[in-house]
Design a protein around this ligand. Structure first.
Ligand SMILES: C[S@@+](CC[C@H](N)C(=O)[O-])C[C@H]1O[C@@H](n2cnc3c(N)ncnc32)[C@H](O)[C@@H]1O
Length: 248
């Protein structure tokens, strides 16, 4: 793949996770961010571990197909690696990330990558939807919505989550996270995220979930969502939850 013209947050995360799918421009941006914030690898490892626990929990509830929004690079413990028996459709808005993801997943039967704007779930290619999410709207599905809320304003986020609730079958589950106000303690790092970047307090975020019902685990720092053993000692930069569209 040719060197991209600018960094992407998704490839910076790949760098912090120890992956192979980033470029010097991403490493430079990641290092500049760390100068302003501090070490990021432990924070993103903890967030990826939450993804793993959340997706396993959803699969254990009997869900066998997943739609991933703002998916970024589909490696380093991503959804299809956690539940290899499931069907997984990764989507992202960034065409460079989508092409990269398609190359990484070429030849896989149960896993695909397509263009998708989370603000327009109906715009996802119907052929991809039929192939990877059979029975969409009538069979429960797992929605993965991680690393994305910060890029959507409150009205848009609430509207997107409500549209998704309406579109999916009862019994579907949503794994979701959001950026807390912790980053406000690092003004230079916050400025690097741009003026549209949104941090939220847990109460504010809970209201945006609308009809989605968080499991009894609640909306908590991701390291403390059903931890395997002692939670990682990392800043509470991200809170997360799994929420359900109740059956019946
Ligand atoms: C911070 S990265 C998160 C990547 C991955 N989900 C993770 O948690 O490691 C955010 C990703 O969301 C994508 N994105 C931003 N706005 C989006 C939108 N409206 N719809 C779909 N993807 C979007 C970006 O292109 C980027 O790849």
């Amino acid at each position: 793949m040719d060197e991209p013209s600018g960094p992407s947050t998704a490839r910076m995360i790949d760098f912090w996770l120890g992956g192979d799918d980033h470029f010097p421009v991403d490493v430079a941006a990641a290092r500049a961010f760390e100068q302003a914030y501090g070490p990021c690898a432990p924070v993103f490892r903890s967030l990826r571990a939450f993804l793993g626990r959340a997706v396993r929990h959803v699969a254990d509830a009997g869900v066998d197909s997943f739609l991933v929004f703002g998916a970024g690079v589909p490696t380093c413990g991503n959804v299809h690696e956690i539940v290899p028996q499931a069907r997984v459709l990764y989507t992202d808005l960034d065409p460079v990330i989508v092409r990269h993801g398609q190359r990484l997943l070429a030849g896989q039967n149960r896993v695909g990558y397509g263009f998708g704007d989370a603000r327009d779930v109906a715009g996802i290619d119907p052929a991809l939807r039929e192939r990877f999410l059979p029975g969409w709207g009538s069979r429960p599905v797992g929605l993965v919505f991680l690393g994305l809320a910060a890029f959507l304003d409150d009205d848009t986020l609430a509207g997107v989550l409500d549209d998704l609730y309406e579109a999916v079958a009862p019994g579907s589950r949503l794994a979701v996270d959001f950026d807390t106000e912790e980053l406000a303690g690092y003004p230079q790092a916050l400025a690097m995220m741009g003026p549209e970047f949104r941090m939220r307090a847990p109460k504010e975020f809970a209201a945006l979930l609308g009809r989605w019902q968080p499991t009894d685990d609640g909306i908590v720092p991701v390291a403390r969502w059903r931890p395997d053993g002692s939670p990682e000692q990392v800043p509470d930069a991200f809170y997360g939850a799994v929420a359900v569209k109740p059956a019946g």
